[in-house]
Design a protein around this ligand. Structure first.
Ligand code: ADP
Ligand code: MG
Ligand code: ZN
Length: 604
């Protein structure tokens, strides 16, 4: 469908909505012509609390007096005698309520009976005719303009108790729970609570579960909506959904708004391809406007989830928006056991079931994978008319879900695990010993699901303006550490270090050709191309130097690498006992913290 057509359908939809509203309003008026004793003060109260859905003004036959009728979101109708209808209209508009202004009162049967009924009938006809055009339109029309948000009170009864393994994540979120429970306490001491929290991690790791549990713990309403719900076929609908959602949320504060798959709306602007690109930008802009619009500590906390933090528009991470990011990773052995325990609470297990063993053999599995595993096992047990699950059911289920999970995270053998453990320990030791890199924050051999068998994470870089030669050499040494450890421990070497080697080589080449850091080449830049993409560059560009210089560069690069390699190997050999103890601890726990790692140096 082309853009124009889409817009037209959007317009018709809005028109239909408007007509329905007018019709409904007239009917309401018709049946509730009782004039209660409401005052302008009531009107202001209703407006400022955001309860007014629609308004109608009917001037008396002798202006400026008249009657203002407000239909509240609760369905209640307030009717207020005012002394100046123009003044009332102005006040309504200040709250973004655009009233229907009637002709002067004293209406006949035409306006009070025929018109409302006629309008309603017309609206129904319009809606039906739209629904009949194009099959897909029907379902969409049914909730046209609504925010699509699903409201559940207290997150469906899920609490932190039902979220296993994510201990640190839960601790970080605890302060948000406390705030939602008792905002006053925080406001009194002038504490600023984050408006938005971004949960980042692979699918099935428990992000949605965590968000629900926060609502459950705090006992507040939970509005949830998926980013893909915003991206609709009608231009402008996404933005209006965002507006509706936040309007609704503000009425229920304190509360949680959960936006799943936020990457669907919050992709970097201006990079979109394909049709719904304008629509997405509008939606994202509206989201940012809403988040900026409500004040600090207002009681609406937005939680978003994504597994693609890399493609998010950096604008959403600005202060006052999603200023807290929590990484929800795949569980380690201990975590997997906890998750298995949680999900076997209502599943009777036979005596031969060994959850410890299952946890050890499921590296890379997410919470959802594990839940799935137990569920498949339960189905197998039920098929055999057994009242409990036995280990054989789990083994069978493992094959079934394991094959599915393999695509995602690749089940690793014990041998591969050992190699990875030594490899990461090698990196980690160098990070720790070398003064200008590190310290190590986490060492992990949990497969990332994106090709890496493990990772060693230093604390975030200090914002150094210049890289020194010493620092660059130490980076290279760290990169080579994994490969060196493999070489020391195993006779064979693996292909696992190829990206490390590429990184080391690239850095050494930059030292020679860009930073003038080698003896023989000197302070000359042979690398005037800022292009980060190396593939094919040598083919496409004429070299700015001769073959002999090229040979010299290669020799210098090799000299740097060789030198770093020797020095790195010496350090690892000096710490060989830490290499063993670190690998052993990694095999036991899969993920170790800075403290656990540093303690290894003290013990040895
Ligand atoms: P995500 O939102 O990260 O994709 P979900 O929160 O939807 O993942 O998790 C899917 C299911 O996996 C949950 O309903 C739950 O059964 C299970 N699960 C995932 N992580 C955990 C966990 N940490 N503890 C208990 N169950 C979990
Ligand atoms: Mg989810
Ligand atoms: Zn490595």
């Amino acid at each position: 469908m082309n853009q124009n057509n889409r817009q037209n359908r959007g317009l018709v939809g809005y028109l239909a909505l408007l007509i329905i509203m007018l019709g409904a309003l007239s009917l309401v008026n018709f049946y509730s012509s009782n004039k209660s004793g409401n005052t302008v003060y009531d009107m202001e109260k209703a407006l400022s609390s955001g309860q007014v859905a629609v308004a109608r003004i009917t001037p008396d036959q002798v202006p400026p007096t008249g009657v203002v009728e407000l239909v509240l979101t609760s369905g209640e109708v307030l009717s207020i005698q005012v002394t100046d209808v123009a003044e009332a209209e102005k006040m309504l508009k200040e709250y973004n309520i655009y009233p229907v202004v009637n002709k002067a009162q004293g209406e006949g049967i035409l306006t009070s009976v025929v018109l409302p009924i006629g309008l309603s009938v017309l609206a129904v006809i319009v809606v039906i005719s739209i629904m009949n055009r194009g099959g897909g339109g029907a379902g969409r029309m049914a909730n046209f303009g609504k925010s699509h948000a699903r409201l559940s009170l207290g997150g469906e009864g899920i609490t932190f108790d039902g979220v296993a393994a994510l201990k640190e994540e839960k601790e970080e979120l605890e302060e948000i729970v406390q705030f939602l429970k008792n905002p006053g306490k925080f406001i009194e001491v002038g504490a600023r609570i984050p408006k938005g929290v971004l949960l980042e991690g692979p699918p099935g790791t428990g992000k949605t579960l965590l968000a629900k549990a926060i609502a459950g713990e705090a006992g507040v309403p939970f509005f949830s909506i998926s980013g893909s719900d915003f991206v609709e076929m009608y231009v402008g609908v996404g933005a209006s959904r965002v507006r509706d959602l936040f309007n609704e949320a503000k009425k229920h504060e304190p509360c949680i708004v959960f936006i799943d798959e936020i990457d669907a709306v919050a992709r970097q602007r201006g990079t979109g391809m394909g049709g719904s690109h304008d629509e997405r930008e509008q939606t994202l802009n509206q989201l940012l406007v809403e988040m900026d619009g409500f004040g600090i500590n207002e009681g609406v906390i937005v939680i978003a989830a994504t597994n693609r933090v890399d493609i998010l528009d950096p604008a959403i991470m600005r202060p006052g928006r999603f200023d807290r990011k929590i990484v929800v990773g795949r569980p380690d052995v201990g975590g997997r056991k906890e998750i298995l325990l949680t999900h076997s609470r209502n599943k009777p297990l036979g005596d031969d079931v060994n959850l410890e063993y299952i946890a050890q053999t499921t590296a890379g599995f997410t919470g959802a994978d594990l839940e799935n595993l137990l569920n498949e096992a339960a189905i197998l047990a039920a098929k055999q008319e057994r009242k409990y699950i036995c280990q054989a059911d789990i083994n069978k289920a493992f094959i079934k879900v394991g094959i599915g999970a393999e695509k995602k995270s690749k089940i690793i053998s014990d041998k591969e695990k050992r190699i990875t453990a030594y490899h990461e320990a090698g990196h980690a030791i160098l990070f720790h010993v070398l003064p200008e890199v590190g310290p190590v924050y986490t060492v992990s051999i949990i497969p990332t699901g994106m090709g890496a068998a493990g990772y060693t994470m230093p604390l975030p870089d200090k914002d150094d303006m210049f890289l020194t030669r010493g620092r660059m050499e130490q980076d290279i040494m760290v990169s080579l550490g994994g490969r060196i450890a493999e070489e020391i421990i195993f006779d064979d070497i693996t292909t696992g270090a190829s990206s490390d080697i590429r990184k080391a080589t690239k850095e050494a080449r930059m030292m020679v050709t860009r930073y003038g850091m080698s003896e023989n080449i000197g302070v000359i830049c042979y690398d005037d191309d800022d292009d980060e993409v190396f593939i094919g560059r040598d083919l496409a560009h004429a070299k700015s130097h001769s073959e002999s210089v090229a040979g010299e560069i290669d020799r210098e690069v090799k000299a740097i690498i060789d030198d770093c390699y020797r020095r790195a190997k010496d350090i690892i050999l000096e710490n060989e006992n830490v290499l063993h103890s670190c690998a052993a601890l990694l095999l036991e726990k899969e993920k170790i913290t800075r403290k656990e790692f540093e303690d290894l140096f003290v013990q040895s």
